[in-house]
Design a binder for this molecule. Structure first.
Ligand code: HEC
Ligand code: HEC
Ligand code: HEC
Ligand code: HEC
Ligand code: HEC
Ligand code: HEC
Ligand code: HEC
Ligand code: HEC
Length: 242
């Protein structure tokens, strides 16, 4: 018999014994009682001291702020998201204070411009947006509103407007392509601007026969890009040809 066979047998025996011992001593008692987890975990987690109170509890004492928030754009942002865990404060308000996030760095956690956020989520560039002043001098954190109706499209569509500034379409106003009612700037989601719907629209400047400025590059509207919409190939806010 080759000498590695008994050695392997010993190793195998050690592994089997090890496995049996580990199973007996390390697996918690209630493991598997109600599923592939330790059943007692539920009670031991429930027994932990709670640190968050939930926004309804805050409303017991701060009812005005609570009402204000629920009617505001921050209705989806709970009190403790900004003020931190408040269970201890709710129980002993005179002894445990809750901090308020007054520094300028805080609000941009959600509102700093980030292209991965959904279009239309209110975003600002903190370095350029009224620098040095605390956000609260112009926006109430419990009922945030811009203090005045913004005039420029770029106040809310910052990235598109910055991109257009360095594009071939720099001379075109947004409203050349998007008929926009003033009300869009007040309730942007309810009143939406128009958008170009067909190739003919771009053709009004770019078709060979179009009656537009001489220096605009021309294409044959009937054949160029076949049946696709122009903006399936050219991003209208930064059109390229390469
Ligand atoms: C039992 C009543 C009670 C509950 C519940 C309660 N608070 Fe308070 N809270 C108080 C009192 C009293 C003060 C002190 C008021 C003062 O100093 O003018 C206070 C003060 C505060 C402050 C002021 C801090 C500052 O810098 O001025 C904040 C923030 C606050 N509470 C947030 C909360 C939040 C968030 C909750 C819910 C998690 C909550 N409170 C729940 C009673 C309560
Ligand atoms: C978006 C973040 C945010 C949310 C959500 C929020 N707060 Fe505040 N809260 C603040 C900031 C910032 C201040 C400081 C305001 C200041 O100094 O002008 C503040 C101040 C307070 C104060 C001190 C008194 C006052 O009016 O300045 C209380 C009390 C308070 N908040 C309670 C609450 C309660 C209760 C809720 C939920 C109903 C809540 N907050 C939700 C950010 C928030
Ligand atoms: C946890 C994320 C979060 C934090 C922190 C936060 N916000 Fe907001 N904020 C939101 C959401 C969500 C909306 C609603 C967006 C919408 O209407 O689609 C909003 C809306 C706003 C608006 C726009 C209101 C409008 O007219 O459209 C302003 C202004 C604003 N917040 C200011 C602040 C200020 C100031 C702070 C800091 C005190 C702050 N936010 C902190 C999530 C946050
Ligand atoms: C001096 C006043 C002032 C200060 C300070 C200020 N803002 Fe504004 N904010 C405005 C005005 C005015 C608007 C309307 C749009 C514009 O003109 O830029 C606005 C608009 C906004 C919007 C809405 C943008 C949109 O797309 O709907 C958000 C979010 C916002 N501010 C967050 C903040 C945050 C966060 C801070 C602190 C870092 C802050 N603001 C500081 C005056 C201010
Ligand atoms: C107060 C902030 C604000 C201002 C100012 C603003 N918009 Fe908007 N705009 C929005 C929001 C919010 C949306 C909705 C985004 C969403 O729901 O996807 C939107 C959507 C749009 C859309 C897309 C509509 C759709 O159906 O897809 C266009 C186009 C647009 N805006 C153009 C403009 C133009 C042009 C201007 C200037 C004349 C302008 N906006 C000014 C906030 C604003
Ligand atoms: C040359 C015409 C043209 C100009 C100028 C133009 N747009 Fe557009 N825009 C379009 C077209 C076409 C679409 C539709 C694209 C699509 O459906 O894929 C669009 C889509 C949009 C959308 C919704 C989709 C998105 O990309 O988020 C917004 C918001 C928007 N434009 C805002 C603006 C703003 C703000 C300006 C000015 C800074 C502007 N546009 C200038 C042609 C234009
Ligand atoms: C109001 C007239 C006008 C309209 C409408 C218009 N454009 Fe333009 N377009 C221009 C001008 C002006 C230039 C820049 C010419 C220059 O660079 O000198 C241009 C340039 C271009 C270029 C060339 C970029 C390059 O690399 O040379 C493309 C591609 C383009 N536009 C696509 C579009 C598309 C797609 C639409 C429809 C969504 C459109 N344009 C609507 C005026 C217009
Ligand atoms: C299938 C993709 C596609 C579509 C759809 C498309 N284009 Fe183009 N376009 C291109 C390409 C690729 C080029 C660069 C090569 C060339 O000149 O053919 C170009 C070039 C251009 C130029 C520059 C021409 C020059 O002489 O410099 C303009 C202007 C233009 N397109 C406008 C449009 C307009 C307006 C539409 C809609 C009617 C459109 N394109 C649709 C792919 C497309």
């Amino acid at each position: 018999m080759p000498q590695q066979v008994p050695r392997l047998a010993v190793l195998f025996a050690v592994l089997v014994v090890g496995f049996v011992v580990a199973r007996e001593s390390l697996v918690p008692d209630t493991f598997g009682d109600v599923g592939h987890y330790r059943a007692a975990a539920v009670t031991s987690i429930a027994a932990r001291e709670k640190s968050y109170a939930g926004h309804r509890e805050c409303a017991d004492c701060h009812d005005e702020i609570a009402e204000q928030r629920l009617a505001s754009h921050h209705s989806g942002v709970a009190c403790e998201v900004c003020h931190g865990p408040g269970a201890a404060h709710s129980e002993y308000p005179d002894e445990v204070e809750l901090p308020a996030p007054r520094e300028r760095g805080f609000c941009p956690l959600c509102h700093r411009y980030d292209p991965s956020r959904p279009t239309g989520f209110p975003q600002i560039e903190p370095v350029a947006h009224n620098p040095l002043e605390p956000c609260m001098s112009c926006h109430d954190p419990h009922a945030p509103e811009p203090p005045e109706v913004p005039e420029e499209c770029g106040a809310c569509h910052g990235q598109i407007s910055r991109l257009k500034t360095v594009s071939h379409h720099v001379t075109l106003d947004c409203t050349t392509c998007h008929a926009t009612e003033e009300q869009h700037k007040i309730t942007p989601r309810l009143v939406r601007p128009g958008k170009p719907v067909d190739r003919g629209f771009c053709g009004t400047c770019h078709d060979e026969d179009a009656d537009s400025q001489a220096d605009i590059p021309r294409i044959d509207l009937a054949t160029h890009g076949e049946d696709y919409q122009c903006w399936q190939c050219h991003y209208p806010h930064y059109p390229e040809t390469g």
